[in-house]
Design a binder for this molecule. Structure first.
Ligand code: CP
Length: 322
């Protein structure tokens, strides 16, 4: 695989290669030195045309842990503000010797367009999608999978560990690229995935979605059937920046109907774990008490897993070039 743009075409063998590689990097990260020389001499450019805290910083840290040189771009402080196009920006970074471009944009399809341009130019640049509009966020989908699988088997995380588990994904699904990547990987594992949220924030058309996937996908307008006996609950932020005003519910009403609280968790399996890709709006999609409760919350584990997963992705697509 040359680029990582989507999880829709990932095979279970590929998932397991990423999971096992990330597990070995978790071991590297537990050492005192935390660094390997694998990508020495390579250049990783983080091209972020939309804000980010954890994805940008963890890709940068992952590249540094692999001994690559890093370039960080944020559109607000770049020549995009003077009218330079996205493709010209990418070609500028290519001319500086970039080997791997990590791209985030508010429009779906931008990383794909840059990857196609790099392929058309015949250059050996790898493109990683760090979140494109409402489409996908593959590295987040992989780190969520890794977080769950390492909880089930830290020594040998494999996608098959999720078979027949019940996973609820709750909230603003329709605007969530994370949910779309989660749905591909979780249903590929054979898990039963239950989407729950207000009707205006659920996808309308799910016919044939992943019909070849081993797992099953269910839609609920109410929270309770999704939470009942769930093994894992993924909560999602209301993405106000992608909503027209009439879609935005009252935050208090939303929390009353769909917020994850300790009392609602009583519907789930006793050992249920809660995930959230971040950033979190405390007291809206999840109560502060649940978010900070180490008995349930895997949110900090997700962030830590993100560094190992991004090291694995950079290593798997970037090694062999130096
Ligand atoms: N989960 C996620 O993509 O977070 P950031 O927007 O902070 O990168």
């Amino acid at each position: 695989r040359h680029h990582v743009l989507s999880l829709s075409d990932f095979t279970n063998a590929e998932y397991n290669t990423v999971l096992q590689t990330a597990a070995s990097f978790m071991e590297v990260l537990s050492r005192r030195t935390k660094k390997v020389p694998t990508l020495q001499g390579q250049v990783v450019a983080n091209l972020f045309f939309e804000p980010s805290t954890r994805t940008r910083s963890s890709f940068e840290l992952a590249a540094k842990r692999l001994s690559a040189d890093t370039l960080n771009f944020a559109s607000a402080t770049s020549s995009i503000t003077k009218g330079e196009t996205i493709l010209d920006t990418a070609k500028t970074y290519l001319a500086m010797g970039t080997d791997i471009m990590v791209i985030r944009h508010k429009e779906a399809g931008v990383p794909q367009a840059i990857a196609a341009e790099m392929d058309r130019l015949g250059v050996r640049v790898n493109v990683l999608n760090a979140g494109d509009g409402q489409h996908e966020h593959p590295s987040q989908g992989l780190l969520d999978l890794f977080t769950i699988c390492t909880l089930l088997d830290a020594d040998s995380p494999q996608i098959e560990l999720l078979k027949d588990k019940k996973i609820a994904i709750v909230g603003d699904i329709v605007h969530s690229r994370v949910a779309r990547s989660n749905i591909w990987s979780f249903t590929a594992s054979g898990a039963h995935v239950h989407l729950a949220g207000p009707p205006t924030l659920l996808p309308k058309l799910f016919a044939n979605y992943g019909e070849d996937q081993p797992g099953k996908l269910f839609l609920h307008w109410e929270l309770e059937p999704a939470l009942q006996d769930a093994d894992f609950v993924m909560t999602l932020r209301l993405q106000k920046e992608r909503m027209t005003a009439h879609l935005l519910p009252s935050l208090r009403e939303y929390h009353q109907m769909y917020g994850i609280t300790h009392s609602r968790l009583e519907l789930c399996k006793p050992e249920v774990k809660i995930l959230h890709p971040g950033p979190v709006n405390r007291g809206v999609e999840i109560s502060s008490e649940v978010m900070d409760d180490p008995k349930f919350s895997l949110i900090q584990n997700q962030v830590s897993s993100g560094v190992a997963i991004r090291m694995a992705l950079l290593y798997l697509i970037g090694s062999g070039k130096s």
